[in-house]
Design a binder for this molecule. Structure first.
Ligand code: SF4
Length: 470
């Protein structure tokens, strides 16, 4: 019988790590998957393999095991043995990893295409704070003992608070490992969260422990923000905090006078740690909802049809059964679900993802997000949105995302787009600086500017905008 506890042991045994994980997984699935999930997978052509060897107890259902056995910078040999494309860039990769926090969870290693989301992109220059969550004018702080503490991001007139939690000892940490993470400076490159002043200079800011942060935020909230009724906890990965800390956060939230809805923004469900939603945690959420009448929603990051695994389906169904809504959000990302030169492929992959969410779990994507690293043209993205959803052809309304948003650093916040946006956008091609600027009317009755790199044949000609309108 094989008993393999850690990557080090696997190296000792000289075994193929993916085969071992597959056996662990197959064994766990046959013993633990419930009948409903098995049936849903069969109906939707999601394969569940029988194990080749019988292992009585595998650690596959233990999220701590998944964390301990992810590929990190320490396992470069295993990484290079699996991802052969990096072999001839070994030196470049090593240099990149000096600053970069590599993280690929076991379940993702078994996804031939879905894993691309977690492979380091050596030429990616991180966009700093693309959503403006660190901008001074959108941040609420508290001074305590001479230190300025971060409490939450709150965009002007929004009914929501977006607190970033320090999910790794005061650090904005996430083991999901998305290479294009919108908080990549902090999660992948380990930089501290700083405040960005209006003159673009940075100021050091401290993250309180999450329970104290919630307590202080609720005090501010009760005093000054009666119009806010929703709170969206973000990170890093908020679910890296253990259940005891979450219990403390929930206790503090009960003191809020105005809260009606509480959301957690997480990659855990679809990006490799569905097991994090253990019974104790789900019961805590359920009890909180029952006692307070506050709605709970999971904003779940998902990018590729392969991320809709039997495990994710089963744990998502458990959340739904507990009365917790799931709001999947899908970033459009190059090389994962979007290819600038193959719009048909994008349509196929994104349609499959939306369909699977609807027909396996029974939920719909609540948001497409334009890549926050600016590597997809707004024009191509709107064209794909039109093909997948605006035409109402080939796709049922049961899987239609509720919105397609670009996140903007401006304090006006998100902007929802549609095919009709093409008729309102003003486009300016700046060849000298190799950028394209769009002016887009925002419902806040202002024009907002969106800037992206100029790409020949994609956005370098005003005629492209005109042709897309037709
Ligand atoms: S799940 Fe979210 S926070 Fe975590 S790495 Fe991915 S984008 Fe970043």
């Amino acid at each position: 019988m094989l008993v393999i506890i850690s990557l080090d042991n696997i190296i000792t045994y000289s075994m193929d790590i993916k085969d071992i994980y597959q056996q662990f997984r197959n064994n766990w699935l046959v013993s633990n998957l419930d009948q409903e999930t098995t049936t849903l997978c069969r109906r939707n052509n999601i394969e569940i393999h029988k194990p080749d060897i019988l292992l009585p107890n595998t650690p596959w259902g233990d999220w701590h095991w998944h964390l301990a056995n992810r590929l990190t910078n320490k396992n470069l040999d295993i990484f290079l043995a699996i991802f052969l494309d990096y072999k001839n860039k070994e030196n470049e990769l090593k240099k990149y990893l000096e600053d970069y926090d590599l993280s690929i969870l076991p379940i993702n290693l078994l996804q031939p295409n879905g894993v691309n989301k977690f492979l380091p992109r050596l030429n990616l220059k991180q966009v700093s704070d693309p959503y403006g969550v660190q901008q001074e004018q959108s941040v609420i702080t508290k001074i305590e003992n001479g230190r300025k503490y971060y409490l939450t991001t709150h965009k002007k007139n929004y009914a929501t608070f977006l607190p970033i939690l320090g999910s790794g000892a005061g650090r904005v940490y996430c083991p999901m490992g998305c290479a294009g993470c919108y908080r990549g400076e902090q999660t992948r490159f380990g930089k501290p969260l700083s405040l960005i002043r209006i003159d673009s200079t940075k100021e050091q800011i401290w993250l309180p422990d999450p329970v104290t942060q919630t307590k202080w935020l609720v005090e501010e909230w009760n005093e000054h923000y009666p119009a806010v009724y929703d709170i969206l906890f973000s990170g890093g990965e908020p679910l890296m905090l253990d259940n005891k800390i979450w219990l403390g956060i929930l206790q503090e939230l009960k003191n809020s006078k105005y809260i009606k809805s509480f959301r957690i923004c997480t990659g855990a469900l679809f990006l490799g740690l569905p097991f994090r939603f253990d019974n104790e945690f789900i019961q805590m959420l359920k009890d909180f909802r029952m006692e307070t009448g506050i709605q709970i929603k999971i904003s779940a990051h998902v990018s590729h049809p392969e991320h809709i695994t039997p495990e994710a389906i089963m744990f998502a169904r458990k959340l739904l059964d507990a009365g917790i809504e799931i709001l999947p959000q899908c970033p459009l990302e190059p090389g994962i679900n979007f290819w600038q030169d193959d719009l048909e492929k994008n349509v196929e992959i994104l349609s499959r993802l939306d369909n699977l969410l609807a027909t396996t779990i029974g939920i719909r994507t609540y948001k497409w997000l334009l890549d926050m690293q600016g590597r997809i043209s707004l024009l191509s993205a709107i064209e794909v949105w039109r093909q997948v959803h605006d035409r109402h052809q080939g796709n049922s309304d049961i899987c239609r995302p509720t919105s397609f948003a670009i996140f903007l650093p401006q304090s006006e916040g998100n902007l929802n787009l549609s095919y009709h946006s093409l008729w309102a956008i003003q486009m300016q091609v700046d060849r000298e600086n190799k950028i394209v600027k769009y002016k887009i009317p925002h419902p806040a009755r202002v024009w907002v500017e969106y800037v992206e790199p100029l790409v020949e044949g994609v956005n370098d000609d005003l005629g492209i905008l005109e042709r897309l309108k037709i």
